[in-house]
Design a protein around this ligand. Structure first.
Ligand code: GLN
Length: 263
C-alpha cells in the first residue's frame, strides 16, 4: 500500500490510475526507488509525501510536527456532536500540532471561534501553515497562538467562557516502547508525558477547569493503558461531571470526556 501511495505521489496521479499505467519514466522510477529506500528505513509515509489525510482535510506535515493519527478522528467526531445546535461556540485545541483537530472543527462546524494553542516553536510553523491554507480554501479562520497548555496564564481572558476544550496531549510514559518511526520522526514534545505519561495532562486539567464555562465539555486523548487512569485523574481533580471513556476503532480505550460542573 505504501509503495503504491509513493508511486502515485511521484507520478502525481490518484492511486487507482496505477492500474492502467503502462510505463514509468527513468526519472520517476529513480525518485520512486529513493522514496522506497527511505520508507524501508522507517521514515513515515506522510513525511515522504508531505501530506496527512485527516477526516475531510489533507494537512501538510513533515519533520518537526506530529503526524495526525486516525484514532484522533473519533475525538473530533465526539467534539462535533457536543457542538451540534450551538451556533457560535468557543473551542480551544490544546497542543494543536498540525492543526488536525482545530482545523477539522472549523471545517465541519459552521460557526464560532476556534483557537489552536501550540508551544513547540517548530510545530507551530505547521499549525500556522495549515491554518492559512484552510482559511485560503474558504474555511473559517482558526486563531493560532503560541502557548503552554499547562500555564496558569494561558488565555485568562477566556476564563469561564469556553464551550469545548479538546486535546491530543503528549501522553506516552517515559521509557515506554514506541515504534522506531514514531521515536525517530515525531517531535518528542508531542509524545512524552513523564513517568506515568500524565504529567502534561495534570496541567491541562487545571487549564481546562479554568477555561470552561459550567456545562462546557472536555475531551482528552490518552494511551490505551490509561483508560482507567485518566478518568480517575479527572474525577480526582474535581469540578467535572459525566466523566466517561471512549474506545477507538480498534476497540482500545482512547479518550476521556467530561463536563465542567456548574458552580
Ligand atoms: N498515539 C501516539 C503514538 O502513536 C502518541 C500520541 C500522543 O502522545 N499524543 O505514539
Amino acid at each position: 500500500m505504501d509503495a503504491e501511495l509513493l508511486l502515485a505521489h511521484v507520478l502525481d496521479v490518484p492511486r487507482t490510475r496505477l492500474l492502467t499505467l503502462d510505463e514509468v519514466g527513468d526519472e520517476a522510477a529513480a525518485r520512486f526507488a529513493a522514496l522506497l529506500d527511505l520508507r524501508t528505513g522507517r521514515v513515515p509515509l506522510q513525511h515522504l509525501t508531505g501530506r496527512a489525510p485527516f477526516r475531510h482535510l489533507e494537512l501538510a506535515v513533515g519533520p518537526g510536527v506530529f503526524v495526525p493519527r486516525p484514532e484522533t478522528e473519533l475525538l473530533v467526531e465526539w467534539a462535533l456532536e457536543r457542538l451540534a445546535g450551538r451556533p457560535a461556540p468557543v473551542v480551544v485545541d490544546l497542543g494543536a500540532g498540525s492543526g488536525a483537530i482545530a482545523l477539522s472543527i472549523a471545517h465541519e462546524h459552521p460557526g464560532g471561534r476556534v483557537l489552536a494553542v501550540e508551544r513547540d516553536a517548530g510545530a507551530i510553523e505547521w499549525t500556522r501553515h495549515n491554518a492559512a491554507s484552510r482559511a485560503a480554501a474558504g474555511d473559517r479562520p482558526v486563531e493560532v497562538l503560541a502557548g503552554d497548555m499547562t500555564s496558569p496564564r494561558l488565555l485568562t481572558e477566556l476564563d469561564g467562557a469556553v464551550d469545548l476544550v479538546v486535546s491530543n496531549p503528549p501522553y506516552v510514559p517515559d521509557g515506554a516502547r514506541v515504534p522506531r518511526e514514531v521515536a525517530d520522526h515525531d517531535p518528542p514534545l508531542a509524545l512524552w508525558g513523564g513517568p506515568d505519561g500524565l504529567d502534561v495532562v495534570r496541567g491541562l486539567l487545571r487549564t481546562a477547569a479554568r477555561l470552561l464555562r459550567p456545562g462546557g465539555h472536555l475531551g482528552i486523548e490518552h494511551a490505551d493503558q490509561q483508560g482507567s487512569a485518566l478518568p480517575t485523574l479527572v474525577r480526582g481533580h474535581g469540578g467535572f461531571d459525566d466523566v466517561a471513556d471512549h474506545p477507538d476503532l480498534a476497540g482500545r480505550p482512547r479518550f476521556t470526556t467530561a463536563r465542567r460542573a456548574a458552580g
